[in-house]
Design a protein around this ligand. Sequence first.
Ligand SMILES: Cc1cc2nc3c(=O)[nH]c(=O)nc-3n(C[C@H](O)[C@H](O)[C@H](O)COP(=O)(O)OP(=O)(O)OC[C@H]3O[C@@H](n4cnc5c(N)ncnc54)[C@H](O)[C@@H]3O)c2cc1C
Length: 390
Amino acid sequence: MKSLSCDVLVVGAGPAGSSAALSSAKENLDVIIVDKKELPSKIACAETISEGFFQYLPFKIPSKLLGNRLKGIKFYYKEFYIKRDKGIWWKSFTINRREFDPFVLKLAIDEGATFLASTEFVNLRCSSNYIVDKVLLRDNEGNKIFVYPKILIAADGVQSSVLDAIGISKTKAYSIGYIKSHEVHDLDLPNTDDKYGHVYFGEFADGAYGYIFPKSRNVANIGVASLTDKELDKRYKKFLRIISRKIGRGTNKIDRSGVAPITGFSDDIAYGNTLLVGDAANQNFKPFVEGILPGVICGSIAGQVAVQCLNDVKNIRRFYKKSIREKIGKFFRESDALNDILIHVYDKKYKSRFLIELAAFSYTLGYRELRKLLKLDENNIEKFLKEKLT
Ligand SMILES: Cc1cc2nc3c(=O)[nH]c(=O)nc-3n(C[C@H](O)[C@H](O)[C@H](O)COP(=O)(O)OP(=O)(O)OC[C@H]3O[C@@H](n4cnc5c(N)ncnc54)[C@H](O)[C@@H]3O)c2cc1C
């Protein structure tokens, strides 16, 4: 049994946790970051990052880590087709998470953070006002490690065990989206289609979407997202059949399936001396559930808040919420408003829900216009959208 003390303990070395460790370590705090896995490991992701977020990042991404540049996104539903490629927010790069995640972690280690690989968070002790004073970890040989942190940062992903241990459960309906996804090889994307992301709507992805994010003409991350896990394999196969006419059959090479938080941005991102970051705090942008760079940005903010509040945690929740709101809160509010509408449309099984999804994802209609539209009767909604989207 080992005992360690530190200023900040970060659980989870994904993009959000490593970024939090980096910003605390930069200010000379004594930081320990742990991950239950040996990095890099299997990562559920379509590996696409919007250029719009680059301006908010705490570091520059080296160009060698940036893969295929996508000029925009093409959206499809039956005969309806919309292309979006004007402005920075539609442009993106593919990345390789097996390179990107270790890159961010290495930045943190280079600033002095201590990384414990294959070390799992097991439990914690906290007072009634959520002040955590002792954390139990276990390494891959089963050895117990006790850590006594001043601040705990939970960056352990969508199904956070730190959050569970504190006693908070995410029970809201539709709090998680399910995604069946693979990196598919041996494709034959038509020329120039490898320079766009492709998003499809229909029964196969009820409440969500199917996607192709090409890494090259022959390799792409392909997936089907859904608000339920019912028959996801079947629906993924159906989607592959639909797109095979255009891009060939391909071979599923790497499984990238997983879950993503789809509950809106919440104020419940800090408890006592614990800060939640990344997917553990629902810090992704809906409806695409883009969470890599938002996790890095919010992680960096959490690390700075830890520095500010190290010896006085009573204001930690207020500081953290305020800092996030000031930096990227506007985007969270908009993405949540859009997401609420999409969940409502799915839940109420609107007849024209796929057209509504097409209009929402492509930002043909903003959330205010969509709210107004939904006040019309079903026939008028459909008529309006068919005219608007043609
Ligand atoms: C199929 C799919 C496709 C996606 N595509 C995209 C995309 O194209 N672009 C995008 O921006 N986002 C995408 N996302 C979302 C993105 O992957 C996440 O938002 C992002 O990984 C969140 O980063 P994070 O650091 O919060 O958590 P994670 O990346 O999940 O990292 C959490 C870390 O915590 C560790 N951990 C968990 N439990 C413990 C424990 N008990 N003890 C110690 N360590 C623990 C895990 O091993 C992991 O390394 C996608 C998600 C899915 C499921």
